[in-house]
Structure formats: structure tokens, C-alpha cells
Design a protein around this ligand. Structure first.
Ligand code: MEV
Length: 422
């Protein structure tokens, strides 16, 4: 880009004008601009209301993972992501889990935490007690903000207070514990936290600064488990290998990050398909993994008395079905209809099961043939397309690349040119 990116009033321009300006400034072609303007199941006007400075949309492939049996119910699971092999791996893992009854998942209920930071409190411990003594008044003020949520059985249920020592001295952190029902809850919780802030100042004689939800949603956990038949997994050795893989993740943060990334491949893909705030899901997952000190796997893997493999998962899952993109994005709405979940906690449970399935599939591949073989087949097709192969040619070039074990652009180009000469 040759000119400055400082564009006052960009947001005030009509949508088409915005794109024209971006085109002029960056030199993208008419065709590229047109590609961006197609918003994949999302009307451009809706997109324009969802975020700021909209010029178009970007779509990622949406696949359906099959075979999922969760708490005795069958699900077709929509997954949206750019990475090959993930949907196939989830489906395959779910098929194996079915043999021993599928996934069993429970949840702790949709409780979120809103934090109110109070600084400059002369007597932090005394202030803590005052806040707790005024629990009912604080809760009443919070609940005035969302009568609808309260009428549905949700709302602020408790007040928790902690004195946190910091580099700026002790601060009092008042926490609202809110049942957010079928909402992810950020709006409800933030509104409540802002509303009770003056009251909190009055009781503590301090100064309130931050009033915001915590993404460490450790009161909104899902707990999933599944048993995988040892023979289906690939025999004793593979079961043993998976338990070793888990031990590695538990012992080493470098491995653990990748182990948990495998879990998030499943969780985030369902999250994107269903219009969820996946940054919140990531923040919750990783802060939970680090909560006990160190950084831990979100799953565990053991061998039971029969020699079968037992996997468990425990992690925060702050998702919603009311408010946010899950309601306004037509594609997300359709994906939720495919999934057939009726409540946010049901969605959270499915996502927990998919996270566990995904982690199992990754560890099984890693503990046996490695992940590259499966990955590379699809990768080869991408490479073939990117050098210009179309139609049947994509598979022909891809097969040659895999057979030669040279999944590279230069080789793909050579093969394509050779075939085109014929
Ligand atoms: C790749 O997206 C995910 C894996 O790296 C996960 C893992 O290593 O467990 C395969």
C-alpha cells in the first residue's frame, strides 16, 4: 500500500465505496474485490451491522462430522475450519467411541464471572466483609439490569470477593456469579458489573476501575469421557502409546500446547460453525489449563482394567444460543439447526465431546503412523489446485505427488505441465 492507512470517516462511507477505496489503495483487482464481497450465507447488510468498516466476508469450508453419539443421542456436527483431516479424524474417532456407548458429557451449568476491580481501598479485608454483608443489595442491583434473564431462571446468583496482591498493592476484586442461561453472557455480565460499580465504591470507599467478564469460565465447565476399544484403537501398543503421549503433554509445556491445540481443533471448528466467540473459548481453555500452576492437558488418557483406552476432558465452554452471531448469522443458525441442540449447555456438551474426539484422533495417529500421511493427501490436492490443476487433474497430480512423496509446488507444476503436454 502506497498511501497512509489513516482514513478518517472510513466507517461513514457506504459499503461499496469502502471497497472501492480499499481497491484503489491496495490495487486488488475487480475480481478479488468481488470474491471478498460474497459473504457465504451472510447477507452483506447483516455483516455491515455485525462489525465496523465492513467491506465483505470471508468463508471457510464447513464440513459435517458424522458418527457422534453423545449422552445417548446422535448428532451431525458442523465444523468450519481451513485445516484438512480434522473433520475426517473427528468422524473416525466418534465411530470408535460408539462401540463402547459414545461420549458421556456433563456440565456445571452456565455460570459466568463478572469482575469489578477496586483500588485505593484503605482496609481491603474490611471492605471485603462489607461487600459480602451487602450481598443481597448487590445482587438485586445486578438483577434489575436483566429482568428477562431473571424470569428464565438466570441472573446474578452470588457475590465472591477476593483481595488480590499486585505490583500496585492490594486490590479488592468483587465478583458477580451470574447464571447466563442460554447466552454466552458477556453482555449481561458486563452490564451488571457496570451497574453495581457505584454501590461497590460506596461500600469499599475505594475507586472502581475495570468492570468486565472473566474468560476463565471455571464455573462453566464441561466434563466429557469416552472408552475406546483397544482393538479398534489398534491394539495394546497403540493404547500404550497414547497414554505415553498424554504423559509427555503432562510433563512438558511445549508438547502440552500442541496437545491442547488438537482439542481446540474440534472445539473451535464447531464454535465457528455455530457463530460462537472462539477467542473467548481459547482464552478460557488455556487459562484453565494454566490455573493450577504450570500448564496442563485439557484431557487425560488411561488404560482401564480391560485394556481399553479411557479418555476424559474437562474445560470451560462459554457458548450461547441467544444474542451474538449465533442468532444473526443465517449460516450459523442453519448449522445450529443441523446440530439440533436446544440449549447452550447442550451445545457446550457437544463441543466438549468433539474436543475429546479430536484429541484422541491426533494422539492415535501420532502414536502409530504419524499424522502426515493423512494430512498430506489433502495437502497434495491443495498444492495441485494452487498450481492451476482443475477438475480431474487435481486428483491425478495429487496422487502423483503422494506416490513420489514430494508434496511440493515445484514438482506439482512440473507434473501438471507434463500432463498438459500430452
Ligand atoms: C494439528 O492441527 C494438531 C496436532 O498437532 C495435535 C497434536 O499434536 O496432538 C496433530
Amino acid at each position: 500500500m502506497k498511501e497512509s492507512s489513516e482514513i478518517p470517516g472510513f466507517y461513514k462511507l457506504p459499503l461499496e465505496e469502502r471497497m472501492k477505496l480499499v481497491q484503489r489503495l491496495t490495487g486488488i483487482t475487480e475480481e478479488e474485490a468481488k470474491t471478498l464481497s460474497s459473504t457465504g450465507g451472510l447477507p452483506i447488510e447483516t455483516a455491515d451491522r455485525m462489525i465496523e468498516n465492513v467491506v465483505g466476508g470471508i468463508t471457510v469450508p464447513l464440513g459435517i462430522a458424522v458418527n457422534f453419539l453423545i449422552n445417548g443421542k446422535d448428532y451431525l456436527v458442523p465444523m468450519a475450519l481451513e485445516e484438512p483431516s480434522v473433520v475426517a479424524a473427528a468422524s473416525n474417532a466418534a465411530k470408535m467411541a460408539r462401540m463402547k456407548g459414545g461420549f458421556k458429557v456433563t456440565n456445571t451449568g452456565p455460570m459466568m464471572i463478572g469482575q469489578i476491580q477496586v483500588v485505593g481501598v484503605p482496609d481491603p479485608n474490611g471492605a471485603k466483609m462489607k461487600l459480602l454483608n451487602h450481598r443481597e443489595a448487590i445482587l438485586a442491583k445486578a438483577n434489575e439490569q436483566d429482568p428477562m434473564l431473571v424470569s428464565l431462571g438466570g441472573g446474578a446468583k452470588d457475590v465472591n470477593v477476593r483481595v488480590v496482591s499486585s505490583i500496585r498493592g492490594p486490590m479488592v476484586i468483587a465478583e458477580l456469579i451470574v447464571n447466563t442461561g442460554d447466552a454466552m453472557g458477556a453482555n449481561a455480565v458486563n452490564t451488571m458489573a457496570e451497574a453495581v460499580a457505584p454501590m461497590v465504591e460506596q461500600f469499599t470507599k475505594g475507586r472502581v476501575l475495570l468492570r468486565i467478564i472473566s474468560n476463565l469460565a471455571d464455573r462453566r465447565l464441561v466434563r466429557a469421557s469416552a472408552v475406546f476399544d483397544k482393538d479398534a484403537v489398534g491394539g495394546e501398543e497403540v493404547v500404550d502409546g497414547i497414554v505415553y503421549a498424554y504423559a509427555f503433554a503432562k510433563a512438558d509445556p511445549y508438547r502440552c500446547a500442541t496437545h491442547n491445540k488438537g482439542v481446540m481443533n474440534g472445539v473451535v471448528a464447531v464454535g465457528i460453525a455455530c457463530g460462537q466467540d472462539t477467542r473467548a473459548l481459547e482464552a478460557g481453555a488455556h487459562s484453565f489449563a494454566a490455573k493450577r500452576g504450570g500448564y496442563s492437558p485439557l484431557t487425560t488418557w488411561e488404560e482401564n482394567a480391560d485394556g481399553d483406552l479411557v479418555g476424559t476432558l474437562e474445560m470451560p465452554m462459554a457458548v450461547g444460543l441467544v444474542g451474538g452471531a449465533s442468532k444473526v448469522h443465517p449460516a450459523a443458525r442453519a448449522a445450529i439447526r443441523i446440530l439440533g441442540v436446544k440449549t447452550a449447555t447442550e451445545l457446550a456438551e457437544v463441543m466438549g465431546a468433539v474436543g475429546l474426539a479430536q484429541n484422541f484422533a491426533a494422539l492415535r495417529a501420532l502414536a502409530s503412523e504419524g499424522i502426515q500421511r493423512g494430512h498430506m493427501k489433502l495437502h497434495a490436492r491443495n498444492i495441485a489446485s494452487s498450481v492451476g490443476a482443475t477438475g480431474k487433474m487435481v486428483d491425478i497430480v495429487a496422487q502423483r505427488l503422494v506416490a513420489e512423496r514430494k508434496i511440493r509446488m515445484d514438482r506439482a507444476k512440473e507434473i501438471l505441465e507434463e500432463l498438459q503436454k500430452k
